[in-house]
Design a protein around this ligand. Sequence first.
Ligand code: NDP
Length: 327
Amino acid sequence: MEYKNLGKTGLPISRLSFGSWITFGNQIDNKISERLMDIAYDYGVNFFDNAETYAAGESERVMGDILHKKSWSRDSYIVSSKVFFGAGAKYPTQKGLNRKHVFEACHQALERLKVDYLDLYFCHRPDKSTPIEETVWSMHQLIMQGKILYWGTSEWSAQEIMEAHMVAKQYNLIGPVMEQPQYNLLQRHKFEVEYAQLYKTVGLGTTTWSPLASGLLTGKYNNGIPEDSRLKREELGWLSEILLQESSLKKVAKLGDLAKELGTTLPLLSIAWCLKNENVSTVILGATKEQQLIENLKALETESLLTAEVMARIEAIIENAPVHPQY
Ligand code: NDP
């Protein structure tokens, strides 16, 4: 495993990490979750990603039980949670980025994950109904109380991230240090263009999600939707609609041919492509089966196949290079 500092922080994070969205407490049973955590940890993965909303809190509970059972030294891994959507929120006070929910969600995450502090705490989306000052103060106070170590955002706009930094600067508070955006061969604009300045100005760290576009970039959906797959799940009909576009499937088929020609697999090519971007601090992997994770963890070895010539061939297939504004 290789490690890289998370943005401008001094925190070394494994370049590949492991998350539990859709899977833990939901799609897979707890024994498989434990096995996957074991495989990841043994491989040197040091970051496990979670959120209050995953399986309405159950994902954190399952991960917490595993962390408790394993007794891995607490200083050997990084664990996160995210606040905003609530854990199955029934009442208006159970979601958002207001001080009350941020405070309560953090305590609930600590309880479910069975840890004394969270290493990373993300604002899962921007909250238009809470003043940014209130959120920045709340996060700063959690750091001061020793409940979290670093805070960041997920899918915020560059402007919202900068506003948080300005508030932090104005009141001498600790600002956000990382963002969790989607980044893969089919989703590039926000990561490559919108945040471009933030890597330079505030040294933004990134923990990127869905490197395989929920499995689309493995080629498994090229000939229909396999029974035992994420996009077969009824509650994810909205995701299938977004992802299963004819134009994307054509690109995926061509990328699959290229991967074969290079002597690798499409999942590895896709993950290695994300790793090639120097602004990616860690790529968060997801998996439902041992073989998937074992395969995906080899992506660091695949990176060397992505020469300038191969990158150009990939670019010619995906045809989505974002346009950078001319200043
Ligand atoms: P991916 O895009 O890599 O999708 C993972 C899924 O693809 C697996 O669960 C599996 O699903 C399938 N898969 C993975 N590897 C293979 C393989 N080698 N061969 C065939 N199928 C494979 O990542 P995720 O979408 O899971 O995102 C990763 C993590 O990022 C999440 O767990 C979460 O922590 C984070 N995240 C954060 C978000 C945010 O808003 N901040 C949003 C989404 C994710 P199956 O077997 O069911 O087909």
